[in-house]
Every structure is written in C-alpha cells, then in structure tokens.
Design a protein around this ligand. Structure first.
Ligand SMILES: Nc1ncnc2c1ncn2[C@@H]1O[C@H](COP(=O)(O)O)[C@@H](OP(=O)(O)O)[C@H]1O
Length: 459
C-alpha cells in the first residue's frame, strides 16, 4: 500500500494555518460555500448555521414531507449545540455521499460495464472509487470549513492515479467526482457551481497530505477500506475520523453493504445480491447499508440508513442508537477477523478462540465493517494479528475505534494498551495485534489468552 505523500507534482502544504495553494484563483468559482456559511453565521448561532444552510439549498423538487422533516431536525438540533456538531454534521453527510458514489462504482465493477481495477506500487488494488471518494471528501471538507482549516491524512495519492496502468482512470475519476457532487444538495451540502476540472480533482486528492501527529486537528480518511472486498462485490467501508491533539474525537463509518439481517454478514455479499433478485422485496430482507458514527465522550453511537435517491437526507432524526452486545459468555460470542489470512493469522486466532472457549465459527469479513458489527451488537470480538513487520495505518482503525468505544466496547492492542493515533500515519508501538470486544470481561480473557499463547505460537 503506498502512502499519500509520494506525489510531489501536485503536492501543496497542508498544515493547519499554512497557505495550502500557490494559486487560489482556481477555487474562486467554487469557494462560495465558505462565504455562504459565514453569512449565515453572522445571523445565527454558529452551530446552527450548517442546518440552515443545508435547508436553504436543498433542491425544491423534493417532497414537502421531507422538507418538514428536515425543518424539524433543524429545530431539534439547534437546541443542543455540542462540540464538533458541525464537523459531525458535514462528516456524516459526506460519508453518505461517498457511500452513494461507491455503490455506483461497485455496481459497474460487478456488471463489468466500467471501472477496471488498478494496482498500486505494492500490488494492492485501487479503483476509481478510492480516488473519487478521496477527491470528493477533500473538496467538501475544504469548502465547508475553509481550505486553510482543513488538514487531511488519507490513503490515496495522485502519483498512483497518474501512473495507473489502464487508460483513462483520471477521466473516469473526474466524471465520477462531478456526478457525485451534482447530488450534494440532496445530502444537504453545496456542490460546485461549475464542474471540477482535472486539476481541481488532482489538487483535492493531493491536498490530503497531512502526516498527522500529536498536535492540531486533522481528518483521517480511508476512502474505500477493504478494497479487495469492494472489487469482489462484498463488504467494504468508507471511514472518516477527526483527530485532535492525537485523540480521535469523531468517527463516521459508511458500510454500504451492511445487511440489516445480521445473519447475512457471514455470506458473501454476492449471495445477497442473487437472493435479493429472487425473493420479493420486503424491508427486512432488502434493506442494507448504514452509516454509523460517534463523538468522543458522548457515550453514544448512532446509525442511520443509507440515503435514498432523490430524497433529502433527513439527519439527525433518522438515526437510531447502537450499542455493543451484552453477551460475555465466550461460548455464545461471535468473533470476527479479516477475510484474508495474509492480513491476519487465522491459525493464531483459531488457537486463541479455542483457549478462550469461543465455539462459533469466525465471521470473516472485509474492512472496518467488523468494527461496525461489534458496535451494532452483531458480534462480540474482533481480532487482527498482522504478520510481523506490517505497520497498521491510522485510517484503517480511527473511526471504528471511537465508534466501538462510545457504543460501550473496548479496543486495545494485544498487550491491552490503547491504540495511539498521535504518532503520524502508523499506529506506532502497536503490541502484536488489535483486540476489540463488546465488554471488558471478554476483552480480559482474550488479552490473557494472547499472553499465554504468545510464546508457544508462531505467527
Ligand atoms: N499484509 C497486511 N496485513 C495486515 N493488514 C493489511 C495488509 N495489507 C493490507 N492491509 C490492510 O487491511 C485492510 C483491509 O482490512 P481487512 O483485511 O480487515 O479486510 C486494507 O485496507 P485497504 O483495502 O483500504 O487497503 C489494508 O489497509
């Protein structure tokens, strides 16, 4: 997996407070979102301005009931201004947009109409969706908060885009980004007045060149986590987290293929597609996909269904609370782990499962959907033991960790220490592996089992 800082051609400074562009003129046609926001701020409380903004800008073709619903949200949400509320609002909306973008690209991948899969320098797959989500999220965050205030650390770089082997990925990315941004008003966000050009898109991607660290504020983005699952038509996630002074303060996870019936999690998503075509639709069997989010210290995590086409995103009142499972008996617990054994040792976790008394078959799922499964109470344990030498990236964990913690669960490394998001791109100092559990009792058992088995097992 290549890092995001490789590109020099389009790289611009991205540290908070520093000028981010040598030439800002390109943005003038699209940068009115920030000025719109500040106009509203003058008239109203800062934390309310975004809701008002999104209401005013929504496409008038939508049903009046949706509009009423959003007005109600506006009143409700305006009563309780909370820290990071605007950041959370934008983050949830933009992850919803990203999910919609990914669904379209995944559909075209599966039907093989478009969107070939490319390889990065490390041979890991990358698609139009990875670059497009990164460009789109970068553009929306920059427009919503002001370019100078936004620092993003994300997985993709423009170098891999410009050197991708197949012809035309850049054109496809520009088109995909613009097709998505046109829909922004449906999500309560403002899109550009004129379509983004190639250089705007490349700049949006390359702007995500933060290197993180212990001070200041930055967003960590994995545009498509579990790209292998994505290209195989299976589970994947869009993960966005806000990190401040080394602590994750917000996490948003979009899981477009998350089945509403948890039993479906153990099937390849392809089966779900086939069955969905064969059986008559019912809200129970057909609904899938969700966005889960949490704010640090709230003691709550929330889930909302995926945004439906041509409706105004009703947020936050379409949300439901999620909570970890109360199961603490290992015999009844479900543990999940990466699908690919090259990403985590299945034999080591099988030994641990046996010694702890886990009886169920492991749930092998791609991506941070595993974190979502714990937060939703659909599984109790997540274990990942990567091969020695592999360095975990913070964008692969930040959003999931805070969501599980706020939903009542525990996440540490395999030595029982908290994950450290303050050391840059990597989870430095990670002790052996990652353990997430619904409760402290299960967590303690696993940590003890890791300790006991470590010397006698070889990964
Ligand atoms: N050899 C390796 N060991 C552990 N994790 C790896 C890995 N190679 C890639 N990964 C990470 O594992 C993620 C997929 O998670 P999972 O294995 O749980 O599905 C990948 O995310 P991307 O697909 O975003 O690159 C990547 O970050």
């Amino acid at each position: 997996m290549s890092l995001n800082c490789a590109s020099l051609v389009f790289r611009v400074p991205c540290i908070l407070g520093q000028p981010r562009r040598a030439n800002t003129t390109k943005l003038t046609s699209t940068s009115y979102v920030g000025s719109c926001l500040s106009t509203h701020r003058k008239k109203s409380h800062q934390n309310n301005s975004f809701h008002i903004f999104s209401q005013l800008n929504f496409n008038q073709n939508n049903s009046s009931s949706s509009v009423m619903e959003d007005k109600r949200n506006l009143v409700l949400s305006s009563m309780e201004p909370e820290k990071y509320s605007k950041e959370l609002d934008v983050a949830v909306r933009v992850v919803q947009m990203a999910c919609s973008l990914c669904q379209k690209v995944q559909d075209s991948l599966i039907s093989k109409t478009n969107s070939p899969v490319h390889s990065k320098d490390d041979n890991s797959p990358v698609t139009v969706a990875d670059w497009s989500v990164q460009a789109m999220v970068s553009w929306i965050l920059s427009e919503s908060f002001g370019c100078r205030n936004v620092s993003i650390l994300a997985e993709e770089d423009v170098q891999s885009l410009s050197t991708a082997d197949a012809t035309g990925p850049l054109d496809a990315v520009v088109k995909t980004v613009n097709d998505c941004l046109i829909e922004a008003p449906h999500f309560g966000l403002k899109g550009p007045q004129v379509p983004l050009g190639t250089s705007d898109v490349l700049e949006a991607i390359s702007r995500c060149n933060s290197t993180g660290g212990p001070t200041g504020r930055f967003w960590a983005l994995d545009p498509v986590d579990g790209t292998l699952g994505f290209v195989r038509g299976d589970q994947y996630a869009v993960a966005l987290a806000l990190i401040e002074d080394g602590e994750v303060v917000l996490g948003v996870l979009g899981c477009p293929n998350y089945p509403m019936k948890k039993e479906w999690l153990s099937y390849h998503h392809r089966y779900h597609r086939i069955i969905s075509k064969l059986t008559p639709p019912s809200s129970e069997s057909w609904d899938k996909g969700c966005v889960i989010y949490a704010r640090k210290g709230s003691g709550e995590a929330w889930m909302q269904p995926l945004h439906q086409k041509n409706k105004l995103l009703a947020w936050p009142n379409s949300k439901k609370p999620v909570r970890v499972s109360s199961i603490d008996n290992p015999a009844l617990a479900t543990f999940c782990e990466p699908f690919e054994k090259s990403n985590s040792s299945h034999s080591f976790t099988a030994g641990l499962a046996h010694s702890v008394g886990l009886r169920k078959q492991p749930l092998r799922v791609y991506s941070m959907v595993k974190y979502a499964a714990i937060a939703r109470g659909d599984a109790e344990i997540f274990m990942k033991f990567a091969r020695t030498g592999y360095k975990e990236k913070i964008w692969d964990h930040a959003a999931g960790v805070i969501i599980i913690q706020e939903a009542g669960g525990v996440v540490t490394d395999a030595g029982g220490s908290p994950l450290d998001f303050s050391k840059g791109i990597f989870l430095e100092g990670l002790d052996r592996g990652i353990i997430a559990c619904a409760g402290a009792k299960l967590h303690e058992k696993i940590i003890r089992a890791v300790d006991a088995s470590w010397n006698s097992s070889s990964l």
